[in-house]
Design a protein around this ligand. Structure first.
Ligand code: GLC
Length: 421
C-alpha cells in the first residue's frame, strides 16, 4: 500500500514543471485545465501550498472574459500538436482557445477544506483570490455557452468535454468538414500506439474547428453563431453544477452573500435543466446536439455523471444503478466509457471504452450522493486495485484491466491518493 502512495508522490513530483503539473511527460507537455483541478485535490492530501499553486498557475492563463483555457502553454515544447501557433489566441501567456470541464470549483473547496483542517496560515486569502477566478469562469459559462439561458452549457469542440474521442460526438463531428489550411502534424501517435488514438480524419475536423474559431477572433458571440459543432452536454453541465454548489458553499464561508446568490440562481436553473435530460427508456441522461436539435443517444459514461450534482428520487437512482451494473458486469475494470460491445465500443481506443480513474472518481461521488453506497465502494476498490496492479496509466482496458495510453499519469496519481486514502 505505502509503496503505491510513494509512487503517486513520485509521479506528481516528476511531472512538476514549476508550480504546475503536466499530465504526463512528452504526450502532454503543458498545463491542462481539468487535469490540474484533479491534481490539486491530490496535492491537498499532503501538500496544501502546492495544491494552491496548481490552481494559481492555472488561472494565470484565464482570459479577460473569464474563460479558463484547456491548455496553458507556460513554456514551449515541440512534442505536442496543436501548439500556440495553431491556436493563434494572441494572449500574453499563450493558451489554447477552448475550455475544459470546470472541476476547478470542486477542487478549490477541497483544497480550502484541507487547508482549514491543517490550520494553514494564509488559506483564506488564497481561497478568496481563486474564488473570484472561479466565479468569473462560471459567469463566462453562462453567458458564452448558454446565451439563451437554458441552464445547459454547450461545447463548441469535442476536446472541451475532456472526453475528446467519445462516440458521443460521432454524428455531430461527422458534419464538420475535414478541410484545414493548417498543416496537421500529429505528435501523439509518436508517443503511443495509433490504435489507441483518434483517426487522422477526426484530427482534421478538430483543427477545422480551431481554424473556424480563430477566424472569429475567439470572440464568444461570433463563435456561437459560426460553430459547426454545438452540443449542450450533460457531463460538463453536471460538473459545472457541482462546482457551482461548492462555490456557493465557499461564498458562505467567505461572507460573499451577493456572489452566493448569483451562483445559486445559476444552480437552480441548471438543476432543473439537467433533470429534464433524464431519459427513462435509457435509464440515463442525454446531451443534446444543438445543430440538429436531437438527443445524443450514444451510450457513454457521461449519461451517469449527473448523479454527481443531482439528488435523484429513488426510482431514478435505482434505474441508473441497474443500468450501470449492466455495463460493468463481466468487466475486469469498470466503469467503461462506452457501453460494452455496442458498435462504437473499442476497449483500448481512448474514450471509446476504456475506464479512467478520474471518471470513476466523479461516478463514485455521484453514487455516494445518491445513496448507492455499495456500488460506490466496489467501483472505488476496483479502481484502486487496477492502479496497484497495472500502475499509474492514463486509462485501463476494461476487459483485460491492462493499463493503456500514457504512463506515469498525474491525474491517475491524484485519483489514487484521494480514492485509496
Ligand atoms: C486527453 C484527454 C483530456 C485530458 C488530456 C490531458 O486529451 O482526453 O481529457 O485533459 O488528455 O490529460
Amino acid at each position: 500500500m505505502t509503496k503505491h502512495f510513494d509512487e503517486a508522490y513520485r509521479i506528481l513530483a516528476a511531472n512538476d514543471r514549476g508550480g504546475y503539473t503536466v499530465p504526463t511527460d512528452r504526450l502532454y507537455p503543458f498545463q491542462w485545465n481539468w487535469d490540474s483541478a484533479f491534481v490539486a485535490m491530490g496535492f491537498a492530501t499532503y501538500d496544501i501550498d502546492r495544491a494552491y499553486r496548481e490552481l494559481e498557475r492555472l488561472v494565470e492563463g484565464q482570459w479577460e472574459d473569464g474563460m479558463i483555457p484547456h491548455i496553458v502553454f507556460h513554456q514551449p515544447s515541440d512534442t505536442y500538436f496543436p501548439g500556440p501557433g495553431v491556436w493563434r489566441t494572441g494572449h500574453t501567456i499563450p493558451t489554447s482557445g477552448i475550455t475544459q470541464p470546470p472541476v476547478f470549483g470542486i477542487a478549490l473547496r477541497a483544497v480550502h477544506e484541507a487547508a482549514e483542517k491543517a490550520g494553514t496560515a494564509n488559506a483564506r486569502a488564497r481561497t478568496l483570490a481563486l474564488f473570484h477566478a472561479g466565479l468569473k469562469w462560471h459567469r463566462w459559462w453562462y453567458s458564452a455557452r448558454d446565451p439563451e439561458g437554458t441552464g445547459l452549457v454547450a461545447l463548441l469542440h469535442p476536446w472541451e468535454s475532456g472526453s475528446d474521442n467519445s462516440p458521443a460526438w460521432d454524428i455531430a463531428l461527422a458534419r464538420v468538414p475535414t478541410t484545414t489550411d493548417t498543416a496537421v502534424v500529429r505528435k501523439d501517435t509518436g508517443h503511443v500506439d495509433a490504435a489507441m488514438r483518434p483517426r487522422d480524419e477526426d484530427y482534421r475536423r478538430f483543427i477545422h474547428l480551431v481554424d473556424t474559431y480563430a477566424a472569429c477572433g475567439w470572440e464568444p458571440a461570433k463563435q456561437w453563431e459560426k460553430a459547426p459543432f454545438k452540443v449542450a452536454e450533460v457531463q460538463t453541465t453536471a460538473i459545472l453544477l457541482k462546482a457551482g454548489e461548492d462555490l456557493v458553499h465557499l461564498a458562505g464561508i467567505l461572507g460573499l452573500d451577493e456572489a452566493a446568490e448569483e451562483l445559486a440562481v445559476y444552480n437552480t436553473l441548471t438543476r432543473e435543466a439537467l433533470l429534464a435530460q433524464w431519459r427513462p427508456k435509457l435509464s440515463r441522461f442525454v446531451s443534446r446536439d444543438l445543430i440538429s436539435n436531437e438527443d445524443i443517444e450514444a451510450p457513454t459514461h457521461a449519461g451517469f455523471i449527473p448523479l454527481l450534482a443531482l439528488d435523484l428520487d429513488k426510482g431514478m437512482a435505482d434505474a441508473a444503478a441497474a443500468e450501470m451494473k449492466l455495463w460493468s458486469d463481466g468487466m475486469k475494470v469498470a466503469f467503461p466509457t462506452t457501453k460494452p460491445f455496442v458498435g462504437s465500443f473499442e476497449a483500448k481506443r481512448y474514450w471509446r471504452g476504456p475506464s479512467w480513474a478520474i471518471i470513476n472518481w466523479l461516478l463514485i461521488d455521484g453514487l455516494t450522493r445518491n445513496g448507492l453506497a455499495d456500488m460506490a465502494v466496489s467501483l472505488r476498490s476496483s479502481t484502486v486495485s487496477a492502479i496497484e496492479t497495472e500502475g499509474f496509466a492514463e486509462y485501463f482496458d476494461p476487459i483485460t484491466g491492462e493499463g493503456c495510453g500514457g504512463l506515469g499519469f498525474s491525474w491517475t496519481g491524484a485519483a489514487y491518493l484521494c480514492l485509496a486514502a
